[in-house]
Design a protein around this ligand. Structure first.
Ligand SMILES: [Zn+2]
Length: 251
């Protein structure tokens, strides 16, 4: 007989995993499409966090306000079934669920969106890039790992601003004794924490991932599948039946 799960950790990437869009791109798509196009052209030449920080400065120079950015974030697509699913999981016990957010977006984008969905108390910890508003309304963003200090040594494809595997390992050392870890992510930098750095055996990890761009829909579905699994739902999900997924996730 298998050991009952009493404590589980659910780790969420944010963009295209918990949320149904990419917050870094979304605000420019909404507020300044020309900057979004410029980012696309510069993506291969600049580190992504630095590019978003530079684009935020340019957006500020164009006159976009803090309110404009916050409104754009609040309108970003976010599936209501995901809100219901994670809320149900948070309230269900046993197993007791701890939520961790590991994201390459930034703390202001994430907390603004979570608050607009009533999820501001979902995560026990949010590990991401720091950002803060200055008095003029500019959102000042910087890398989690300072480019002028020691860098991470990850060779698994993580961006220089953060190694998600290192962060997950450190979190698990600070918070040991989970019976199960469930990881929900869709990006190449989610490969590291799942496949290379976790201390858990493959059997202890439900890795619901889709690594290629063409699999966004599948990634979103798998995210819902993972939450369903964490809630103890065992029904198989079909890949074209969003209605069924929503029914399954009902608390
Ligand atoms: Zn890494």
């Amino acid at each position: 007989m298998s050991t009952p799960i009493e404590r589980q950790l659910v780790v969420f990437d944010f963009d295209w995993s918990l949320a149904d869009q990419d917050s870094d791109r979304w605000i420019f798509e909404v507020l300044a499409p020309e900057l979004r196009r410029k980012m696309k052209n510069l993506k291969k030449e600049m580190q992504w966090t630095d590019l978003v920080a530079m684009s935020l400065r340019e957006l500020h120079e164009k006159g976009a306000t803090r309110e404009d950015i916050e409104n754009a974030l609040r309108q970003m697509p976010f599936h209501p079934a995901m809100v219901r699913g994670v809320t149900a999981l948070k309230n269900k016990s046993p197993p007791q669920t701890t939520f961790l957010c590991l994201s390459n977006a930034n703390i202001v984008f994430i907390t603004t969106i979570l608050k607009s969905k009533g999820l501001e108390n979902l995560f026990n910890e949010i590990i991401t890039n720091p950002a803060e508003w200055d008095a003029s309304g500019l959102l000042k963003l910087r890398r989690r790992i300072d480019p002028n200090g020691p860098q991470h040594q990850c060779k698994a494809g993580c961006s220089p601003n953060m190694c998600k595997g290192d962060e997950l390992e450190a979190f698990l050392q600070r918070h040991p004794a989970f019976d199960r870890v469930i990881y929900v992510g869709d990006g190449s930098n989610d490969f590291c924490p799942v496949m290379l750095k976790t201390l858990f055996s493959a059997a202890a990890i439900a890795a619901c991932m889709a690594l290629s761009k063409g699999m966004k829909k599948a990634a979103a579905l798998h995210a819902k599948c993972a939450i369903g699994q964490a809630l103890g739902k065992s029904k198989k999900y079909s890949d074209n039946s969003d209605t069924n997924v929503r029914v399954e996730l009902r608390a």
